[in-house]
Design a binder for this molecule. Sequence first.
Ligand SMILES: [Zn+2]
Ligand SMILES: [Zn+2]
Length: 286
Amino acid sequence: MALKSHYEIAIPADGKGYTHRLCPDCSIKFGIRSVDKDFPDTIHCPYCNKSGRLPDFNVPEQFDYATQEGLRQIKYDVMKELQNSLARGLRGSKNVKFKPARIRYDAQPVLVQSEIPTDMVCSSCESLYEIYGIASRCPFCGTEDVKILDANLAIIEKELDTDRGLRQIYNDVVIAFQNLCRFYASKDKKINFQNISLSEAYFRDKQGIEILEGLDSQNLQDMRVVFEKRHIEQHNGGIIDAKYTANLGLDSTTQGQKVTYLKSELQSALKALTAVSGNLRTKLKP
Ligand SMILES: [Zn+2]
Ligand SMILES: [Zn+2]
């Protein structure tokens, strides 16, 4: 066997099967996964939309891993080649007998990779990727998607025109907000992250950041309404009470009425949620 002129090292995937990438511009990680096709030559950062060649998005730990793994394979091949040439050279010799020992592979290096929480399926090209947050562009084709648990914006647009479907997504928005805050709060799981004001205060006091900074005021108001409507739905059978009108600064005329669900309100609230997600991601770099 002759020594190879180049070695190809596969980068191990994370526990969910994604290969991690790091944006050279915004320095935030994401994961991409290919099922039956190769990764494209050019990919996009899901957060800042920077485009570049696939190797431009390598993670430093992956270089270290590939270097170590390459050296390990070269060492094995060199020793094997040395043994072979010794055996060839001494073949037929009467005085020296060469008995090759077994060459052991060194233990494979380990690539340590942290968890990336949100799995996405692109609504346009159906590629799989994972991100920090709830909204992003597809690294493969650049399409923008919002993920709320298992419902993304494309599904909301296409299928959920019913009141029941909308009500479900009002709930999903609150749970997505809660999960997002919990992820970035890491240790403090006991905070009530179903409450916007308490969440805002928590991140201000404990982490020194403003999660509502830069939000459009209408989007923020609509997100507050979504949270209040969801609360009323869960705890008061969907009937508006005095607490609801007080929390939202409304007069009492709607008290006793049933809450209504509006797609436009939901989409506006989603924009606020997306902005909160962006604030957490950029202010508390994972
Ligand atoms: Zn980026
Ligand atoms: Zn795509």
